[in-house]
Design a protein around this ligand. Sequence first.
Ligand SMILES: [Zn+2]
Length: 178
Amino acid sequence: MDRLFAPWRIEWVERDGTDDIDGCPFCVLPERADAREANVLAETDHAYVLLNNYPYNPGHVMVIPDEHVGDYQALEATVVSDHARLKQRTIEAFEAGLGPDGVNTGLNLGAASGGSIDGHLHTHMVPRWTGDTNFMPVTADTKVIVEAVADTYDTLHAAFREQAGATVGDSGAVHVEF
Ligand SMILES: [Zn+2]
């Protein structure tokens, strides 16, 4: 039986439990003082890249506008552009750091789309390898996942840091200039 590819059905899970985030995690995490602890890899003026704590595959990230908006049509043109260009840079980081054979990417919009957080839109980006299967089954040990995610964070962070115009901000996230 073929495996259904459905990263949008995987809940976003916090590394250290859920009691330290008050409100929308996609609003709170980019404000954290320690980007590595928050899994924030890179940022632009209007969007950022968050490594998924419960990856479908190694390198599974979400590219997220800073604004708390669930309606894609409501995003301003500058934000749409920033978000799109950051997706291009994310593919570049995937290629440099992870060497995938392909990438799946998509937005979940609306209650019926299966997304876990629908008030703050986010694009899933998942590297794929020929013949890959789900990286971690749902029942996998949480500690194994956390350690694997930390390794992937370091690999992708280094790849973003090598990009044209990249600088490292106070939080440790890579700031990308276009
Ligand atoms: Zn939000």
